[in-house]
Design a protein around this ligand. Structure first.
Ligand SMILES: Cc1cc2nc3c(=O)[nH]c(=O)nc-3n(C[C@H](O)[C@H](O)[C@H](O)COP(=O)(O)O)c2cc1C
Length: 188
């Protein structure tokens, strides 16, 4: 089995990173798994140029030659795709959105790239996450992947201070258990 983790936060060891790690640990507890970890902030991924080459060329390849091809090359055979991102300005980080736009090259073949995969959206936030969950739910209808969502509010409601998810054992456990559950289901 294969998992891809797309890490959208620029903060290593932050909330979304930590939850993604626990999800992967849960998956690993069910048996062998090949994990492809992509720290988007460290990759050279150019924004989509809207050239429509991927839509019009025979092989639906993206013509922009950069690190996005590392993701393309492992996507088709993934059983699990984790999108871990904080909410930034009501959506996701620019790093995640840039990679997402470049997924256009994978949008032409639903069966090969999307259908029946387990997708896990890990969304960390201070005030709201609904707009991004709404986005994932909308695309799910078209791509027909299975969507699982984990959210974590990193703001202490009383003091308005930030808290780190590592202080919230139930959230870490929720993420771990989701990994375990999906791993066991996929292997059954
Ligand atoms: C530039 C910036 C914009 C943000 N915008 C939002 C937002 O629109 N809504 C929200 O709920 N939280 C927002 N936040 C808070 C982050 O989503 C939150 O701190 C999150 O837990 C960080 O996740 P991380 O530790 O994985 O980086 C923003 C934070 C930054 C730095």
């Amino acid at each position: 089995m294969r998992a891809i983790v797309l890490r959208g936060s620029p903060r290593r060891g932050g909330n979304s990173d930590t939850l993604a790690d626990h999800f992967i640990q849960g998956l690993k507890s069910t048996g062998d798994i090949e994990v492809f970890d992509f720290i988007l902030n460290d990759m050279k991924i150019k924004p989509c140029q809207g050239c429509q080459y991927c839509m019009t060329s025979k092989n639906n390849k993206c013509i922009t030659d950069d690190d996005m091809h590392k993701i393309y090359s492992v996507f088709a055979d993934a059983d699990f795709v984790v999108w871990a991102t904080p909410m930034y300005w009501g959506y996701m980080t620019a790093q995640m959105k840039t990679a997402l736009d470049r997924m256009e090259a994978l949008a032409m073949d639903v069966k090969k790239y999307w259908l029946d995969k387990e997708f896990v959206a890990i969304l960390t936030y201070r005030h709201h996450y609904q707009s991004t969950v709404g986005f994932f739910e909308r695309v799910q209808g078209y791509f027909r992947f299975r969507l699982n969502v984990i959210t974590f509010c990193s703001m202490n409601k009383e003091g308005h201070e930030d808290i780190h998810v590592s202080s919230c054992k139930e959230k870490l456990e929720e993420s771990y258990q989701l990994g375990r559950k999906l791993g066991l289901l996929r292997r059954a």
